[in-house]
Ligand binder design. Structure first.
Ligand SMILES: Nc1ncnc2c1ncn2[C@@H]1O[C@H](COP(=O)(O)OP(=O)(O)O)[C@@H](O)[C@H]1O
Ligand code: SF4
Ligand SMILES: [Mg+2]
Length: 344
């Protein structure tokens, strides 16, 4: 059985008890009136070459967790252990500015929106070269060669490097974003809704590209998406978040075939509805998502859970092992018979 400890031993990334509470400020004096518990005590690990999919409804804390790992937002507490180029596990949250800058070469981010994430006034050459130039890693003909080879690595024509982003399609812009993320030769990439803004046929091409690059470069991905189809396609393991907490983690096949948390069962049975504003489908479940500024008592899912009992209102469930590499935070995970995905 692959235990969490087993994963942690060979992990490229280990997230321990990470919390991010955003203060809610009120009134003239901007006093702190409470906290949005966007990420609340999350724990998981990622192995080299693995894709860990992170799924959950909008607002459950996926983006905040990804940004905490890269320290693009400062977590309130916890540890983010990351294996650096020398093979040492370093706590990203304890690094000083210089060390952080160095380790950021190894951990990169691919954004959702290929339209707004590329500077429209920069040529593609400068966009891809920027991380190399800023880190003082190369210049001159070496830089030119590297940028050309990155362009080709993502399936674009290196003769188009002097063009501006507007000359490219959405899928091509996402490829440029990927080339830029790869420039400093990272080992780990956070892909936050990286294909959600693209048409389905283009989505498939970008997912295939990410898979090919992973195999060639031994990359590890934290792949964030609200789209279960995409998550199932690309992930080796999956984590399900609900109101800032990780409620289930498992190998992809096991999670989709036999979920052990009632929230995962509900997600798998929910129909995505087309959302014309976001050009992507959102998951719609019955009942309202709990408010992360004022969550319910006990298990946060209890007001929406068809299996809730008195204990669920009183006590928060801990994450427990429930089978081969499968973990769930539900008091009754061991006894409930839940339905897996039918049509996915
Ligand atoms: N900078 C911020 N200040 C205050 N609240 C925030 C901030 N960023 C995110 N949040 C809140 O944190 C929660 C999680 O948001 P987010 O991480 O974006 O979720 P997801 O990516 O799963 O949709 C939401 O309730 C959101 O409103
Ligand atoms: S702990 Fe209770 S309320 Fe929470 S998911 Fe399990 S059965 Fe449902
Ligand atoms: Mg998000």
């Amino acid at each position: 059985m692959k235990t969490d400890a087993g994963y942690a031993k060979q992990a490229v990334l280990e997230v321990k008890a990470v919390k991010k509470y955003f203060p809610i400020r009120k009134g003239f004096l901007q006093r702190t009136a409470g906290y949005v518990k966007a990420v609340d005590d999350v724990q998981f690990a990622i192995r080299p070459g693995e894709t860990f999919g992170l799924v959950g409804e909008s607002g459950c804390g996926k983006t905040t967790l990804g940004r905490c790992i890269l320290r693009a937002v400062e977590p309130s507490s916890g540890e983010v252990l990351f294996r650096d180029r020398k093979g040492m596990m370093r706590n990203v949250l304890e690094l000083d500015r210089r060390e952080l800058r160095a380790i950021r070469r190894d951990m990169q981010l691919i954004f959702q929106d290929p339209y707004s994430s590329l500077n429209p006034r920069m040529t593609v050459f400068n966009i891809i070269a920027e991380p190399l130039v800023c880190n003082g890693l190369m210049g001159g003909s070496e830089l030119k060669q590297r940028v050309s080879s990155l362009m080709e690595m993502v399936g674009l024509n290196s003769r188009h490097l002097e063009r501006y982003p507007h000359a490219f399609s959405g899928g091509q812009r996402q490829r440029i974003g990927i080339a830029r993320a790869l420039a400093t030769d990272p080992s780990f990439i956070v892909c936050d809704e990286a294909v959600s803004a693209l048409d389905v046929s283009v989505q498939a091409q970008i997912l295939n590209l990410l898979e090919d690059l992973q195999a060639d470069l031994n990359l590890s991905y934290l792949f964030i998406s609200h789209d279960l189809g995409v998550i199932q396609h690309i992930s080796d393991r999956v984590g399900v978040m609900y109101v800032g907490k990780m409620v289930e983690t498992a190998e992809t096949e096991s999670l989709f075939a036999s979920p052990r948390h009632p929230y995962t069962e509900a997600l798998l049975s929910a129909k995505p509805i087309p959302d014309p504003r976001h050009k992507s489908d959102r998951i719609i479940l019955s009942g309202e998502v709990a408010n992360p500024a004022n969550p319910p008592t006990g298990c946060y899912f209890h007001p929406r859970c068809p299996y809730a009992k008195e204990l669920c209102r009183q006590e928060a469930p801990e994450m427990k092992a429930v089978g081969d590499g499968h973990y769930a935070a539900c008091h009754f995970a061991g006894e409930l018979e839940l339905r897996g995905a039918a049509g996915l």
